[in-house]
Design a protein around this ligand. Structure first.
Ligand SMILES: C[S@@+](CC[C@H](N)C(=O)[O-])C[C@H]1O[C@@H](n2cnc3c(N)ncnc32)[C@H](O)[C@@H]1O
Length: 208
């Protein structure tokens, strides 16, 4: 298939960005095989508090907005936390470019953009392909923690997890209660917790 010059340029740009992410992750995870991940970490309220409570865990927050990443870094620096870092990256791209040996001890997705209109549902982060990608990087018994104020997105996520062969919904036990910026704004919310089915965890991650 032949693409026009502007689309070709866009593909090259994405390839370069992915190569840069892969190089960064290879360096970052040279001494680590595990991390706790927060996707769409916003101002970093949750991850900074979680990292402070769990100094033995390496905690990474991702957000596409530089301004939010910078706020998280500032909070981290004010507390002098060496086990917490924030990265500007898109979640799917970043996960796709991780080194093979790397796995998540937990993944938090708190108040993700709900994309409430039907024509935008395809933009929601929770999709079958995304759940498959995530499942390949979950450590044994690691959980996905999801929280939203949006009833439609909660039902969507519950349904997608229930139907996905790699995931099982579990009891909702929340490891740490921290009011994030969006939790403060939104008020009422619902939470769910899911775990990978043991068969979905790649053998390479069972005995790292
Ligand atoms: C509604 S805000 C919630 C922020 C924070 N979790 C909170 O509870 O205050 C959603 C955040 O996800 C980020 N985001 C959206 N899609 C993303 C993606 N694909 N990868 C990384 N971050 C994303 C947005 O930039 C935004 O900061």
């Amino acid at each position: 298939m032949t693409y026009g010059p502007s689309y070709q340029k866009f593909i090259e740009y994405v390839d370069q960005r992915k190569a840069r992410l892969a190089a960064e992750s290879a360096a970052r995870f040279e001494g680590h095989s595990r991390c706790v991940l927060e996707i769409g970490c916003g101002d970093g309220d949750f991850l900074v508090a979680y990292g402070q409570e769990n100094p033995q865990q390496y905690c990474l927050g991702l957000d596409v907005y530089k301004l939010r990443v910078d706020k998280g870094l500032k909070k981290r620096d004010q507390l002098g936390l060496e086990n917490v870092d924030f990265i500007r990256a898109e979640a799917t791209e970043w996960i796709e470019t991780l080194p093979e040996h790397m796995a998540f001890d937990a993944v938090f997705l708190l108040f993700p953009d709900p994309w409430p209109k039907g024509k935008h549902f395809k933009k929601r982060l929770i999709q079958p392909d995304f759940l498959s990608l995530l499942a390949k990087k979950m450590a044994p018994e690691a959980c996905l923690y999801f929280r939203t104020d949006h009833k439609g997105y909660f039902a969507w996520t519950q349904e997608h997890l229930a139907q996905h062969p790699d995931w099982t919904l579990g009891p909702v036990e929340w490891p740490l209660e921290v009011e994030t910026r969006f939790q403060r704004i939104m008020g009422a919310y619902q939470s769910l917790v899911a775990q990978c089915t043991p068969a979905a965890v790649p053998q390479a991650l069972v005995h790292p």
